[in-house]
Design a binder for this molecule. Structure first.
Ligand code: PMP
Length: 344
């Protein structure tokens, strides 16, 4: 008998069980104790690994997927990368219909992970047969043994976080969490975690982060879709111009809106202050915490958990490029930290 080898059976075994890390310097001016759940520790470097693995494994359990089946989705973002990763390991084909606005880097990254990428024109409406939504739907209907992930309207997105991220946070805080701060895109992360935590302790406050230019906050407050709330913004993965059914609005106590510029500076500050190289929406969540603190949301004995959804390396040509920051005018805003003078 040879010695046992201490190895994971494949890369997917590393999904979940991400670390909770105390924030120290960046939170020094704030009231409360702050802990970040760092989702870039997932093997695909984002929280989307969880839903990719969960949704695909649920389909396997139901017998919908067989070896050689096809996984279809409409995103060039984190979900696309995670689906490609899970598909490669499990032996499925992965087709991603993406918008021509997606950067060549992102498309190359998906192809590097074995996905077949259809680049669809960005300028057409969602119901045009050439749009990435329609292309994905068509490919799904034409392909036997395929599933369309449809993350904004898939209840399994919430369930993935209810079954994994929620219990992890409850255990990591020994039930002492008082507040959750999380970005809301599809809403799967925040609603899944919130549903689990509130079942354990209904006093836990759940604070959602939304973007200026997105309808979520207004919809949560009024139950109405206000077209005036919709305009272009820079942060990717946060907020939406439609109402996703993967968001359980009842589990969320309130939303905070954050700006592109302040969120970008806060992401950079997380690297400088905490050594945490995280994505744009992590900066947005941190910015929301600063705003909530100003409003007196937290007290000395609050234990606040914030979700950092992905890794900074995905934003080298954006938030972490001085040229991009300059072109956005983010160094012109009040209190902006100009690179040569950065002294966080
Ligand atoms: N941050 C990033 C970088 C994302 O890609 C997403 C997913 N769209 C989110 C936050 C929000 O997560 P969710 O879709 O679960 O609301």
């Amino acid at each position: 008998m040879g010695k046992q080898i201490d190895a994971y059976s494949n890369i997917l075994d590393l999904i979940g069980n991400t670390p909770l890390v105390k924030l120290n310097k960046i939170t020094a001016p704030l009231t409360g104790n702050f802990y970040a759940k760092i989702e870039s520790f997932n093997p695909g470097h984002s929280s989307k690994d969880r839903i990719a693995a969960y949704i695909i494994e649920e389909a396997e359990r139901k017998g919908i997927l067989k070896p050689g089946s096809t996984i279809i989705e409409t995103t060039s973002g984190n979900t696309g990368f995670s689906l490609a990763m899970v598909s490669i390991v499990k032996g499925y084909k992965c087709i991603l219909a993406v918008s021509s606005k997606s950067s060549p880097d992102k498309i190359d990254m998906l192809r590097a992970m074995g996905a077949r990428v259809y680049v669809c024109p960005a300028h057409v409406s969602a119901d045009d047969p050439r749009s990435y939504y329609e292309v994905a739907k068509r490919l799904h209907s034409e392909t036997n043994n395929s599933i369309y992930i449809n993350q904004y309207f898939n209840a399994l997105n919430i369930e993935a976080h209810y079954k994994t991220t929620g219990p992890e946070i409850w255990n990591q805080t020994n039930g002492n969490i008082t507040h959750l701060v999380a970005c809301s895109g599809t809403g799967g992360t925040i609603s899944g975690i919130a549903r689990y935590l509130k079942e354990q302790n209904s006093n836990i406050k759940v604070l959602g982060v939304d973007a200026y230019g997105s309808v979520l906050k207004k919809f949560h407050e009024t139950g109405e879709f206000d077209h005036n709330e919709v305009y272009p913004y820079r942060i990717e993965g946060l907020g939406k111009n439609l109402i996703p059914t993967a968001t359980d609005f009842e589990t969320i106590d309130r939303y905070v809106k954050v700006s592109d510029g302040e969120s970008a500076h806060m992401a950079r500050k997380l690297a400088h202050k905490e050594g945490m190289f995280v994505g744009y929406t992590s900066g947005a969540a941190m910015q929301a915490i600063y705003q909530l603190d100003t409003e007196g949301e937290f007290s000395e004995d609050s234990n606040i958990v914030v979700i950092f959804p992905d890794h900074g390396s995905r934003y080298m040509s954006k938030v972490y490029s001085n040229e991009w920051m300059e072109n956005q005018g983010f160094f012109d805003t009040k209190n902006a930290e100009v690179p040569e003078e950065i002294e966080y």
